[in-house]
Design a protein around this ligand. Structure first.
Ligand code: PRP
Ligand code: URA
Length: 219
């Protein structure tokens, strides 16, 4: 696994979470004998921490509030509600935890699957909230492998008006970060791990296998 220093040395731009709870839970998730129920729960828990990281610089404004003891001014989030965009279907495994943390967020879905022969992303669904240009858009998908899916999703969202985006994933590959940085230098990547490489089938090594299959028990 790569460190933040490794990324910088390779000229790759991504924010890597190193919190002990994140790395511990991720190691549990990689175990191929783990049940789908346990896999989903761990993914949900990690997504809480990813959500805190990706929203740590949200703008605030002051609001008057009266406590039972005294009036005061306290900070609240400023601006239009942010939107989470889940890349179907594995993105929904991250989305659930994100919504635990920010239940009032808007939600959109981009349906993409990776053609197993060409590894190109094929779109089958697109539905997003209104006023995309005014919102912070947080795109979620557990895996950034070749990055074809993430690049296509972000491109589609830009066509739909999105201007301010971040991409959150669980595991990424150096190849995927490089390709994503080149395609969308304006979109920061937040990830819980950068593994060593992709295999000949475009799977992340060591990775955790097919995230969608592991979340939904479809293999
Ligand atoms: C997985 C994953 C990403 C994509 C990553 O989805 O959830 O969307 O592969 O690979 P890439 O970076 O090489 O594009 P998949 O196509 O397996 O669809 P699924 O979520 O429906 O299982
Ligand atoms: N998609 C996955 O779910 N896992 C990988 O390793 C690569 C793409």
């Amino acid at each position: 696994m790569l460190t933040q220093q490794d990324l910088e040395a390779k000229g790759l731009s991504a924010t890597l979470l190193t919190h002990p709870l994140v790395v511990h839970k991720l190691t549990l998730m990689r175990d191929k004998t783990l049940s789908s129920a346990a896999f989903r729960m761990l993914l949900r828990e990690i997504s809480w921490l990813l959500c805190f990281e990706v929203t740590k610089d949200l703008p605030l404004e002051m609001r008057a509030v009266e406590t039972p003891v005294a009036p005061m001014e306290g900070p609240v989030l400023k601006g239009k509600k942010l939107a989470f965009i889940s890349i179907l279907r594995a993105g929904n495994g991250l989305l659930d935890g994100m919504l635990d943390v920010i239940p009032s967020a808007r939600v959109g879905h981009v349906g993409l699957f990776r053609d197993p022969k060409t590894l190109q992303a094929v779109e089958y669904y697109y539905k997003v909230p209104s006023n995309m240009h005014d919102r912070l858009i947080i795109v979620v998908d557990p895996m950034l492998a070749t990055a074809n899916s993430a690049i296509a999703a972000v491109e589609r969202l830009k066509q739909g008006g999105a201007k301010n985006m971040r991409f959150v994933c669980l595991i990424s590959s150096p190849e995927g970060i490089k390709a994503f940085n080149e395609a969308h230098p304006d979109v920061n990547v937040v990830t819980a791990a950068v593994d060593t490489h992709l295999n000949e089938h475009g799977y992340i090594v060591p990775g955790l296998g097919d995230a969608g299959d592991r979340i939904f028990g479809t293999k």
